[in-house]
Design a protein around this ligand. Structure first.
Ligand SMILES: [Zn+2]
Length: 203
């Protein structure tokens, strides 16, 4: 398999999803506890299909390597110093064997830059390469301020923001964003109730 360099938004998205599977984010419930969960994760994020194939070959040691990768990538997002991001992400791309050009199916005979994965690479190697390209692509194109913690007060998640305006606030917008909306809504309702005259409260 390979990771195309201009696929960095997708790659950064996989990195975000990966770091947010930890027990730290899910209050003790690891979302990648076993190989079945790892396969499900790759099925969800794999465009070309090779990642899923590698996940199906994985053993216990590969799962541990993915867990270690998760910690490494989280460390980069939590301390987004430019030099640190570049050095860390460059190391993450070490499972690649050089750089090459691959056909671009969306643009006829055109090609695009890509990093092919070394022969015999594991699913942890593949995910490492994906995370490395994601981090490098975002630093290059969008800047290191795109690496942020989740804004939901009770959430321990983090994310890489690849949105055009750079205004993403939550690690899992559908979940953390909704939680914050519900909390704010309840607070507003409570405040309205407290302000009402007594006669309205007891008809
Ligand atoms: Zn969150």
């Amino acid at each position: 398999m390979y990771v195309a360099l201009d696929d960095y938004p997708w790659a950064a998205g996989v990195a975000t999803e990966l770091v947010n599977t930890t027990a730290e984010v899910w209050r003790g419930d690891d979302r990648l506890p076993d190989l079945a969960a790892l396969i499900a994760f790759t099925d969800l994020h794999d465009a070309p299909g090779d990642l899923s194939r590698l996940a199906r070959r994985a053993r216990g040691a590969d799962l541990h390597a993915v867990h270690a990768l998760r910690t490494t990538v989280r460390g980069l997002i939590d301390h987004p110093d430019r030099d640190r991001l570049l050095a860390g992400a460059t190391t993450l791309t070490s499972p690649a064997r050089g750089v090459t050009l691959v056909p671009d199916p969306a643009r006829g005979s055109r090609t695009r830059w890509a990093l092919p994965l070394s022969e015999g690479a594991t699913v942890a190697d593949a995910l490492s390469l994906i995370c490395g390209v994601g981090v490098l692509g975002v630093v290059h194109t969008l800047g290191e301020q795109r690496f942020r913690p989740c804004s939901a007060p009770t959430c321990r998640g983090a994310f890489i923001d690849t949105t055009r305006p750079g205004s993403r606030r939550y690690c899992m917008p559908g979940l953390c964003g909704n939680r914050v909306n519900v909390t704010n809504h309840r607070a507003r309702r409570a405040a309205t109730r407290d302000r009402r005259p007594t006669s309205e409260q007891s008809p």
